[in-house]
Ligand binder design. Structure first.
Ligand code: GLU
Length: 477
């Protein structure tokens, strides 16, 4: 195999793209782009029992939405396909046979009931539960007889029983496992489909994968994988096991404590730019204290050397902070496109694009997510409603005098800007005596629906003089 850098994201399609998976895919992407290598997407869909309709489509869609383009995989193809494991089952069977021939794997005829019983007995004795290896000892003749009798079987890996296995991980350095703690992993199930372990190793080799980047939960499987590489006589890839992503209470990130699906974050109004930036820092840190990065900047900065060893807390407040940064700084037109579906849902008329973009500029200064935009923009789009307390303020004589003065003078304004509105406000004070709160609160309430809010110039600029007059008219008694 060449010395080209080839990394892969190898999800089992569960129905959505978990943020942990997104992080793996992102690091794969960054490393491939940084080194001029290839980023491969391989769908590990051999578990028929866990088939979920539409899961792969969802996954591809989520990757696309956050801009992680892969070089080889479903839809784009490549020289090492097919990239769906369910289309490669013959390959796994052939390799399982080879392991059996080399006495590194064996047929296991234990029934599910027997396996359950074994586990119960081990539990009762306070032992770790794992296959007790009884079929390891079957003679060739015994195996032949069982096969001739039509007994169903699985194929298990015959891992060493003694000694230890040592390997190096780019994040954790030297790792050692005692072989006695490693299970005789099932490689081929009784339905003839491979388990993750065999298919993953065979494909990583056949697809020329140079670096395996994956979650820490796979660390304990690595000895079994390395054992297979040894038996096949293949060079193993470099191992990179990423630290856990944690809930604020330091438990492993779980659905129970909040969202974990990439698409849910996007639906809730987080921008892909923010999500990517945030996820990048969940397991990796830059050489400086800098926290804000575009995807291209991440490519420049990324290095496997700065992956974290310990778990990172998924801090939603930090994600919101990053999101509001991107909401404020990306182009108005882009934010407007991203915000459009949220407005469409509420049914307001956003066809006046100039007004809409002004409203976007108003909302993005104040929101943490796109989903908050319609509520913030409501005073610009829907009729105002006043509470009893509001009505009291609107009816005060001084307020009424201000409104009447504005009904008369506002139409005279030719261009709405800070100077023209300030001049009008000064004239209002002179004419009515109203100043400070007595001036601003009733005006803002009458035309915007609340005493606090943006500058009057901004409100009038967005609504237009006609609309303001219409609203003032409504509150004049
Ligand atoms: N199919 C495995 C998963 O969904 C892949 C693990 C690996 O990258 O080796 O997590």
């Amino acid at each position: 195999m060449s010395s080209e850098i080839r990394v892969r994201f190898a999800p089992s399609p569960t129905g959505y793209l978990h943020v942990g998976g997104l992080r793996t895919a992102l690091y794969d992407y960054l490393y491939a782009r940084k080194t001029g290598g290839k980023f491969v997407l391989r769908i590990e869909d051999t578990d028929q029992a866990r088939y979920v309709e539409g899961a792969v489509e969802n996954l591809l869609k989520s990757l696309k939405m956050v801009g992680l383009e892969y070089d080889e995989g479903p839809e784009v193809g490549g020289d090492f396909g097919p990239y769906y494991q369910s289309q490669r089952t013959e390959l796994y069977l052939a390799h399982a046979r080879e392991l059996v021939d080399q006495d590194a794997a064996y047929r296991c005829f234990c029934t599910p009931e027997e396996l359950t019983q074994q586990r119960e007995e081990q539990k009762a004795l306070g032992l770790d539960t794992r296959y007790d290896g009884r079929c390891r000892k079957l003679t060739k003749e015994e195996t032949e007889t069982k096969l001739a009798n039509g007994n169903t079987f699985t194929i298990r890996l015959k891992v060493p029983r003694e000694g230890e296995i040592v390997f190096f991980d780019l994040v954790r350095d030297r790792i050692a496992f005692q072989w006695e703690t490693v299970d005789d992993q099932v490689l081929i199930k009784s339905d003839g489909f491979p388990t993750y372990h065999l298919a993953n190793v065979v494909d990583d080799h056949l697809m020329g994968i140079s670096h395996v980047i994956r979650g820490e939960e796979w660390l304990s499987s690595t000895p079994k994988h390395i054992f297979m590489y040894q038996i096949f006589g293949w060079k193993p890839p470099k191992w990179i096991h990423l630290p856990l992503i944690l809930n604020p209470d330091k438990s492993k990130l779980s659905k129970r404590q909040g969202d974990v699906a990439t698409e849910d974050f996007l639906k809730k109004g987080f921008l892909p730019e923010a999500l990517i930036n945030f996820i990048a820092l969940l397991g990796w840190h830059s050489a400086s204290d800098r926290e804000l990065y575009t995807l291209d900047e991440l490519v420049q900065e990324f290095s496997l050397k700065r992956l974290n060893k310990s778990g990172s807390v998924f801090d939603i407040e930090k994600l919101k902070w990053m999101n509001s940064h991107y909401l404020k700084t990306l182009e108005t037109g882009y934010i407007a496109i991203k915000a459009t579906p949220y407005f469409k849902e509420t049914g307001v008329d956003i066809s006046d694009r100039e007004k809409f973009e002004q409203i976007i500029d108003f909302a993005r200064e104040r929101a943490a997510t796109l989903a908050e935009f319609p509520e913030l923009a409501k005073p610009f789009y829907t009729e105002l409603e006043f509470s009893e307390e509001n009505n009291e303020l609107l009816e005060v004589e001084m307020s009424q005098n201000v409104f009447k003065f504005w009904m008369e003078k506002l139409p005279e304004i030719i261009e709405v800007n800070v100077a023209s509105i300030n001049a009008l406000l000064n004239q209002t004070t002179e004419a009515t005596g109203a100043k400070g709160k007595d001036l601003y609160f009733p005006l803002r309430l009458a035309i915007f629906g609340s005493i606090h809010g943006p500058e009057l110039t901004m409100i009038i600029g967005i609504l237009g003089i006609e609309k303001c007059l219409e609203r003032l008219k409504k509150v004049i008694r």
